[in-house]
Design a protein around this ligand. Sequence first.
Ligand SMILES: [Zn+2]
Length: 409
Amino acid sequence: MSGKQYDLLLKNGRVIDPANRLDQRADVAIRDGKIAAVGPRLEGQAAKTIDLSGLIVTPGLIDCHCHVYPTFPQAENRLYNINADAHMLQAGVTTVVDAGTCGWRDFMRFKETVIDVSEVRVLAMINIAAGGMVCMESEQKPEEFNSGVAAEIARAYGDVVVAIKTAHYWTHKPFTDEHRPWTSVDATIRAGELARKPCMFDFYPWLPERPYQGLIERMRPGDVHTHMYAQQFPVLDENGRVSDFLLKAKQRGIRFDLGHGAGSFWFRNAVLAYRQGFVPDTLSSDLYMENIHGAALNLLNIMSKYLCIGMPLQETINRTTVEPARQFGHPELGTLSPGSCADVAVLKLHEGDFDYADCGNARLRGPWRLECKLTVRGGRIAFNRDALGMPEWTEAPAAYWTSPGIVEP
Ligand SMILES: [Zn+2]
C-alpha cells in the first residue's frame, strides 16, 4: 500500500491478547488491514507510528448481545435500536452480535441495510418469531414461529447468522394446544438443531407454567441464557447461595451471558454470584436506545463494573473477545494473531473512586474505570479520542489535511 513495510505501527502498549496468552509490553504492526506482527521492539518502517506507552492494547472487543437494526420496517420499533457505528466504535467494540432484533421475515432487509453497510462487523441471531423481538405481538403467535425457515436462513447465511433467538413469550389467555408454555422455546431449539447453531434464550417472563428451571433443563450444551442476573431469576436461594441447578447447568455446558440491558443486571445477584464462582461466560451490553445513557452505557462500562467486582483485567478482556468469538463460531475474531483482521482497541485503565449504577437503582463503588482511546477497524483508525499520532497544531504544515482516520499514504 504505502511502500513501507507497515501501514500502522502501534508501539509500546501493554498488549493483552488472551487467545495467545499474551500480556506484555509489545508493538502491533498492521498491513493491508491485517495484523502483520506482534512482538517487542518490532523493526521496520511504518507509514504511521503511534506511541501507546501507558495504554492497554487488546483485540477489538465483541459485544455479543445488542440491538442494532435502526432500519426496522415499523417506525415505532425502529426507535428501539441503535446505530452500531455511532455507538460501538467509541467503546472499542469492532464486532457486535444483534441478538434477534430481526425475525426470519425481514432478514434480507436487515442484511442489506445494516450488516452489509456497517463499519462495525455485525453478526446476527435470527428471531424464531417472524416479526422479530421488537414486534412483541409476533413473539406471542405460534403460527409465526417457523423453525424450518429460520434454520434455512441461518444455514444460507451461516457466516453472519450465528444463533437462533427467542425472547418474550406469554399469553393472557389460558395456554392451549397451539399456544403451550414452551412453544417458543421448543421451536427455537428445533431451529437450532436444524441449523446446527446455538440458541439464545432471553426468557421473559417466567410463569408458573413456564419456570426458569424448566428452561435450563431444556437447553443444550452450547446454548446461552442471557440476562443471567436479572431480578426475576432465582440466581440465589434464600440463604444467598447460588442455586444448585445453575451450577450443575454450567458443568453440563450451558452458557450464561450477562446481557446488561435496561432491567437485567442487579449487583444484588451479580456480586454474590461472582464470589461463589457463578460468573458470566460472556460480558455483553444488550444496548438499545433505553439504556445507552443509563446503567448499561456501553461494553467498557460493564467491563469496568466487573473490574470493581473483582474480575481480573485479563478475564474481562477474555470474556469480550475469545469467549464470544468461540461461542458464536468465529474463533478467527477476538485475537491479534498475525493474519487476523486488524481490529484493535486501545484502552486506558483509570484508578480512582468510581461509582456504577445497576438496573435496580443500586450503586457499587470501585477503583477502576476503562476508557477507550483509539479503535482500529480493519486497519483503519475509526476512533481517536486523544489525537494520538497527530502533530501539535503549531507543528502541522499549513495545508496539512487528512480525512480523520485515514492512514496517511
Ligand atoms: Zn436484548
